[in-house]
Design a protein around this ligand. Sequence first.
Ligand SMILES: [Zn+2]
Length: 286
Amino acid sequence: MAGAQPQGLGPTRRGALVSLAAAGLARPAWSAAPPLALQGVFTQGGFAIGRTAPRARILLDGQDAGQASAQGLFIVGFDRDAGAAADLIVRTPDGETARTLVIGKVDYDIQRIDGLPKDEVEPTDPALLARIALEARRKAAGFASLADDDSFRRGFILPVQGARLTARFGGQRILDGVPKRPHYGDDLAAPVGTPVAAPADGRVAFAETGLHYEGGLIMIDHGQGLISLYLHLSKVDVAGGQEVVRGQIIGAVGKEGRATGPHLCWRMKWRGRNLDPMLLVGAAAP
Ligand SMILES: [Zn+2]
């Protein structure tokens, strides 16, 4: 309780905190505070790749975000609907460094449509529902993959060459006032059979064909909770657990599952947050 604290200390402490905040430090910087360099896209759906002390603890908005690699590299992501600021802390046994990141707001493509019949009918067939539930369980295991490495460090390339970006990350339709699930991917339109390459090094966390919604689906774990997804594939050339390198062909573009035409729906997740994969193309460690 405030009344129990020595009255004289209150204003002094507050003053010190205010001046630290003005210097961009949310917490006191100790003498042995770890170094921190950041590079990335600081917007909703964006990310930051950081360099700090090897194996430093990373916290984002007060939540545990794992450990930096042995080289001191780490990655954090900002959700599609992330707030205006993100609090980043890197911590070692000797001290910690904190930084408040200003996160830019993105104007997503929002379409308001009224008076149209429902274009999607929710499945009701019990056998199909059971199949969808089983697929969801297997996918959840893929999402849970959490490689303790920094396969993201060499950066990302486009997974499909010569494709057309037909639907951007974050778009959303509002049907008769009811917001539908946002589009959490970037759609890269290309003919069926166009090779799909791993955009960065990683380990295959999921690889299956014939899923109800996704058709052929691959997930690649790039380390520290960063997982990329490849949907509607006509061909899957890798298996779960397999290591892949940037540029390696992993499958082919298709229109399997719930897709209106041939394209790769490319998605990216970081610890459950949805990132815009296109923002990672060309990214590099600081
Ligand atoms: Zn898509």
